[in-house]
Design a protein around this ligand. Structure first.
Ligand code: B12
Ligand code: SF4
Length: 492
């Protein structure tokens, strides 16, 4: 039998109230466990002291794998990675996920990092574990970068492996203790990937730089088999598909819905997609999806201005966003819309159009909600270069990306009083309209109470675009300073 080793995988906190097991690490753990390696996953959301938990788990391990996307996850990735390397100098510290894939050299330059895995991690991590088990060291795996005497070396390229050709993921799901998550969130919630890639090219999105423009679809039969397994063995009752664009091939989605119904799988599920794809479904098709358990769709609506939508190559428009609201309402599916404030070239009237559209969405359906972000230029996205030209200064080290977060982003064309005003508008939206977390049907009690108290004035302000003297918000902020845990819905 080939020698085996122990690998620890760490998921830093996503800084969200919505906690569910990390799909990326489950995907990595599956093939490792399937090949007989021992795997321990530490999810920072579940432990008091992530550094202590990782250090304890690392006894006898040969590698620590850490998953990060660009932004605040990097804070604990660095703290834990550094502590691990200090305690176990021979350990291979491996970074994977979106950020390392897009910024590999800079990530590898961090003192505690030994290996960076590019893009899909299943096979690269398995090969690395096999090498470590054989005592061959962490250098040389295709699809990775490593340091040779302190100098970065890029290994041979590794192409994209179709999801269907990857080793089974279920041994990764076996590791998850859903009871533990349920104690914290009340939900038996998992995420699952049935496709990778997206054929579109929205200017703010870094998707193509990691998964390309070609859709890689897992056959429906395989998806149904996996879902049955997850329901039977894990008692999952809420499943989020991580696919970027779900309704692209309508026949596939309808086949999936019919399969869920004919197998009698009792679970709720949600997806993300483009409003225009969903709006193309017929009312009957949308109802079929609802019967099969589809409870929510997250849409990237981005803007209430068709000119802005055109400028970011969204290839959709306001009319289709509203059509998606209607289609969801008719089928009793919750529709959640994401908007981006502060895109380059956004004029005051575009911003107003977005606030107006949000008002129209809420007026049209009591099963819709909206959340907003501040434009954050991601490397690897078409807008990256334009953002640099407009004065965005790119972080020079891995750690400097920590504050790269759409909740707080300050842009050269949006700073000072203007930034403050935009944040106030985002806050008025929270105070003015209900917002519902994944897995819930109504907002929290506190949010509902705040809505009753402050909603009318917040909505008046948004209707009239009057954000001067924001006393309600300053009062709320003062209350937050006194009681930091007293927060409203702040998913984004
Ligand atoms: C689910 C999700 C969330 C959930 C996360 C919940 C959770 N517990 O995981 C929530 C809703 C909280 C969320 C929040 C945000 N998210 Co998000 N999210 C996703 C989504 C849809 C799925 C991620 C996933 O699990 N995929 C499935 C796994 C299997 O794929 P994967 O992550 O790519 O992992 C593979 C490889 O990357 C690699 N890999 C990953 N980790 C590791 C580790 C090791 C050691 C190795 C070897 C390999 C490896 O191997 C894996 C298997 O092949 C992705 C889009 C997508 N389709 O992936 C966006 C995405 C990751 N999110 C993104 C963003 C921007 C955000 C937010 C900033 C949004 C916001 N406006 O606030 C916040 C950031 C929160 C934070 N604090 O950082 C971006 C990241 C872009 C970037 N450059 O980093 C993405 C890519 C969306 C996009 N196309 O722009 N998100
Ligand atoms: S934003 Fe969505 S539709 Fe646009 S390119 Fe990214 S994943 Fe595709």
């Amino acid at each position: 039998m080939a020698p085996k080793t122990k690998i620890v995988l760490f998921f830093p906190p996503y800084e969200t109230e919505e906690i569910c097991p990390p799909a990326a690490l489950i995907a990595i753990a599956g093939p490792l466990r399937g090949a007989g390696h021992e795997v321990v996953v530490v999810d920072a959301s579940l432990v008091e002291d992530p550094t202590a938990a990782v250090l304890a788990a690392l006894e006898g391990a040969t590698a620590l794998g850490i998953s990060i996307i660009t932004g605040p996850m990097i804070r604990q990735a660095v703290a834990v990675g550094r502590a691990a390397k200090a305690r176990f100098p021979d350990l291979a510290v491996v970074l994977g996920g979106w950020h390392p894939s897009i910024m590999p050299e800079q990530t590898l330059a961090a003192d505690f990092v030994d290996v960076v895995v590019l893009r899909q991690g299943e096979l690269a991590m398995l090969e690395l574990a096999d090498r470590l088990a054989r005592g061959e060291g962490h250098q040389g795996v295709p699809g990775t970068l490593w340091k040779q005497d302190g100098v970065p070396v890029r290994g041979a390229p590794r192409g994209h492996t179709p999801i269907a050709a990857l080793p089974d993921r279920m041994p990764g799901y076996e590791l998850v203790d859903l009871d533990d998550y349920q104690r914290r969130t009340g939900l038996r919630w998992l995420m699952y990937t049935a496709s990778h890639g997206c054929p579109f090219d929205c200017a703010y999105c870094s998707n193509a730089s990691v998964y390309g423009r070609k859709l890689d679809l897992l056959p429906v039969d395989r998806v149904l088999e996996d879902l049955s397994w997850l329901v039977r063995h894990k008692g999952v009752d809420l499943l989020g598909f991580t696919d970027d664009i779900f309704f692209c091939f309508r026949p596939r989605v309808l086949e999936l819905a019919e399969g869920i119904l004919s197998r009698g799988l009792k679970l709720s599920w949600y997806v993300q997609d483009r409003a225009d794809s969903f709006a193309r479904l017929s009312a009957d098709q949308a109802r079929l999806l609802r019967r099969s358990g589809l409870v929510r769709v997250h849409f990237g609506a981005e803007s209430g201005s068709d000119e802005v939508l055109q400028s970011i190559d969204k290839r959709s428009n306001v009319e289709r966003t509203l059509a998606a609201v209607d289609r969801c309402r008719e089928a009793d599916i919750r529709a959640s819309f994401g908007f981006i404030f502060g895109l380059p070239g956004e004029r005051p009237e575009d911003l107003q159009a977005t606030v107006d559209l949000i008002g129209r969405i809420y007026a049209r359906s009591d099963r819709a909600d909206c959340h907003t972000n501040i434009f954050t230029p991601y490397p690897g996205s078409p807008l990256w270069q334009e953002s640099l030209d407009l004065g965005v200064v790119p972080p020079a080290t891995l750690e400097e990306w920590v504050d790269y977060f759409p909740r707080v982003t300050v842009l050269p064309w949006l700073r000072g009083a203007e930034h403050r005003r935009l944040q106030d508008i985002r806050q008025y939206l929270r105070l003015g309209y209900p917002n519902v977390r994944v897995g819930e049907d109504r907002g929290t009690l506190r949010h509902r109470a705040a809505l009753r108290l402050l909603g009318p004035s917040a909505r008046w302000r948004m209707r009239h675009h009057r954000y001067d003297l924001p006393l309600e918000i300053r009062g709320y902020e003062a209350a937050r300073r006194l009681r930091p845990t007293w927060k409203l819905y702040e998913r984004f």
